[in-house]
Write a protein that binds this ligand. Structure first.
Ligand SMILES: *Cc1c(COP(=O)(O)O)cnc(C)c1O
Length: 241
């Protein structure tokens, strides 16, 4: 595959990719005996031009994920029609949190109590309720963001008392593996952790399990994912940074 061709994805190719991903999501849902409506496809548009987001929206995708604030803000400003949902999925520095609270519809990457404190203050001053997910580093990889599973309970108990943050679930980025079956235990562990958090902090819904990307989303759906975050399978390969 030629890397540079990715930014010039043709509309027909995008349509084909979207259809293929939808079919594979349906296949996995059926295999797991789960209703399809329970699974939200988040198209990860990082590094891709806003024109591709517009094309994808025309083809019925309504949830988009971005991982860098500076890159995302102009895209969101350019394209925010009724019915679109923008998800922040990358590590967030607290000095950029104000803009995120304003621009994004959900913040999936809350990875520390400190960040949550900052977000609560910002959301309160704007009189906003911010849907968030706690990002958990389930596999304990040193290179990955996310809080440790062991600390998530005490963090969740603290955040539960913040009136402007709405904890809707958890998110993880699974390790890179060659066979997606290898990360099944990671997805299962996130679901089990979510269940424990929900029991311990019942004031919040904990509905969402955001897990699964291009290489492993079918396995993630079999393990209960309610949100899959898919970039390359929809928009094509990304240039290596
Ligand atoms: C880039 C990214 C994705 C999408 O990855 P693909 O392998 O392209 O599907 C999902 N989640 C996060 C947090 C990402 O940064």
């Amino acid at each position: 595959m030629v890397e540079h061709s990715s930014s010039f994805l043709e509309p027909e190719e995008l349509a084909h990719n979207i259809e293929q991903v939808r079919n594979r999501i349906a296949e996995a849902a059926q295999k797991a005996n789960r209703p399809l409506e329970e699974i939200t496809l988040i198209a990860v548009s990082k590094t891709k031009p806003v024109e591709l987001v517009q094309l994808a929206f025309q083809q019925g995708l309504t949830h988009f994920g971005e991982n860098r604030v500076q890159e995302a803000l102009p895209k969101i400003a350019t394209f925010h029609p009724e019915g679109i949902h923008w998800h922040m999925i990358g590590h967030l520095q607290s000095n950029k949190a104000g803009k995120v609270v304003e621009a994004f519809d959900m913040l999936q990457s809350v990875d520390s109590l400190h960040l949550a404190q900052v977000l609560e203050r910002l959301a309160a001053s704007r009189e906003k309720h911010l849907p968030i997910l706690l990002e958990i580093n389930i596999a304990g990889e040193a290179s990955k963001a996310g809080m440790r599973p062991e600390e998530s309970l005490s963090v969740a108990r603290e955040i539960a008392a913040y009136p402007h943050l709405d904890i809707q679930g958890v998110m993880t980025v699974a390790p890179l593996v060659t066979n997606p079956e290898e990360v099944r235990p990671v997805f299962r562990a996130l679901r089990e952790l979510r269940d424990r958090l929900r029991d311990a902090v019942p004031q919040h819904s904990w509905h969402h399990l955001s897990m699964g990307m291009t290489d492993d989303y079918q396995v993630a759906i079999e393990e209960g994912a309610t949100m899959v975050r898919i970039g390359r399978a929809i928009f094509g390969a990304r240039p290596s940074r």
